[in-house]
Design a protein around this ligand. Structure first.
Ligand SMILES: [Fe+2]
Length: 194
């Protein structure tokens, strides 16, 4: 190999590898940005879900209130708790200064005819939300590992823990409602024990 060839070879090698590195960095930056966007979308979707559950329980509380049930206060409390869950996600965005716009919520049409409907709707909503939270955690796991994001990991774990407690509560309601046909008693019991 002539001297000139050697210089050209070295030159192209150096420049070749530099431009490769640049493009790899650009590519990995783009991929990271995409990864971040998708985890933010997943979190925002779960924020919306928690807000929807809050509305669901508020709608139930309104129906119970209108029909003279004392246990309306329990569903008002559930509604507040769901908003707290949504706030946990919003706080993550605020703490990390990630832009966030509130998602719009669709109107919910509920058909409730009795207290048993209320309990069944609640039990189903809590079980559905567990599936969604587990999907959120699955979707976030890679991001959590790559970024060592302990804060997000704690949020996911905490929300899933709380979800199991909420399911237990809904299950207890279902079980007591199966053991009595007395709606007056059931209303009192729910109002005093939940
Ligand atoms: Fe929740």
């Amino acid at each position: 190999m002539e001297n000139g060839d050697i210089i050209n070879h070295v030159f192209s090698d150096v420049f070749g590898s530099t431009s490769n590195q640049e493009s790899q960095t650009l590519l990995s930056n783009t991929m990271t940005a995409q990864d971040n966007m998708s985890i933010y979308a997943i979190l925002r979707e779960q924020f919306k879900q928690e807000e929807m559950n809050s509305r669901l329980y508020k709608n139930i509380a309104i129906w119970l209130d209108m029909n003279g049930y004392k246990c309306a206060k329990v569903w008002n409390k559930f509604s507040d708790e769901e908003r707290e869950h949504a706030k946990q996600i919003l706080d993550y965005f605020i703490t990390n200064t990630i832009p966030f716009t509130l998602p719009s919520l669709e109107e919910q049409q509920l058909s409730i005819t009795c207290l048993m409907d209320v309990i069944t709707i609640t039990y189903n909503a809590e079980n559905n939300n567990l599936v969604k939270l587990q999907a959120m955690y699955d979707g976030a796991k890679d991001y959590i590992t790559k970024n060592n994001d302990i804060y997000l990991d704690n949020i996911c774990r905490d929300m899933i823990d709380k979800q199991y407690r909420d399911i237990k509560e809904a299950k207890d309601m279902l079980s007591i409602s199966m053991r009595t046909a007395d709606t007056l008693y059931l209303d009192e019991y729910l109002a005093n024990n939940f």
